[in-house]
Ligand binder design. Sequence first.
Ligand SMILES: Cc1cc2nc3c(=O)[nH]c(=O)nc-3n(C[C@H](O)[C@H](O)[C@H](O)COP(=O)(O)O)c2cc1C
Length: 295
Amino acid sequence: MVWASGWRLASAVSNAGGLGLIGAGSMYPEVLLEHIKKCQKATDKPFGVNIPMLYPDVERIIDICITSGVKIVFTSAGNPKTWTTHLKQHGITVVHVVSSVKFAQKAEQAGVDALVAEGFEAGGHNGRDETTTMTLIPIVKEKIDIPLIAAGGISSGRSMLAAMVLGADGVQIGSRFVASIEASSHQLFKQEVVKAGEGDTQLTLKELTPVRLIKNKFYQDVQQAYANGASVEDLKVLLGRSRAKKGMFEGDLEEGELEIGQVAALIHEIQPASEIVAQIMQGFRKAIAEITTWN
Ligand SMILES: Cc1cc2nc3c(=O)[nH]c(=O)nc-3n(C[C@H](O)[C@H](O)[C@H](O)COP(=O)(O)O)c2cc1C
């Protein structure tokens, strides 16, 4: 996750038994290299790097992953055909993030090893079709044969089990880890996530890249621009550069973009990542035990 998943969070998640990911999308190549090296020192467990493929320096980012010995890459926001073969030729496992069946099939054809199917509830950049996780997972499952990871709206063992019952082989959890001690997100943003309730986030800026945001002043400014009949160009100007950094990393809760999922309504405290993983796994086992009493 941009502005949240540096080496501290990725290694903490991996050490706790999950697969931690470094979010390359907010890092200059040399910064990413530093995070990879620190992550390698901080954990001997597997971890990966998420690369949004629209990133301007994507070639260098890919090269750094290959030369520094990264074994798992999650690609998002772009065509999986462009880099999958190259990454796999270097022994890297490639997982691609999609938000629709059409893109899931394209990614499978491109040869990725697994898919993340991310529903409309999710924090961050999102699909245009507004397909929720509840609907997306079974329809993607019906059409693909490779392992499927569900994302969007999952924050507990209960929701993890639900996603797996729908057909997922695993889950990707974002928002809950933003509110972790190890996330590099600004403390004020983390506190805002804890405060957010049901209905406090909305998907917006569909004409650019759809993104789910907390409804803060910047979000209201975007809504006002729509009401005034803003063109795509106007929206681009309003968004400008570095809005995400301003909100999530620098803690400007008014002028910045605050990317988080609907599930923020279920996040009640800022916790160590290891505690989050342990709670989720405990909740998962408890939910299975509850279900097995049903018949
Ligand atoms: C602050 C934030 C930043 C994110 N950045 C990225 C990113 O750079 N690349 C990506 O593929 N997904 C990104 N995501 C999406 C997550 O990887 C994950 O799929 C999503 O958060 C899952 O839904 P949830 O928020 O309901 O847990 C981001 C999510 C958040 C909340």
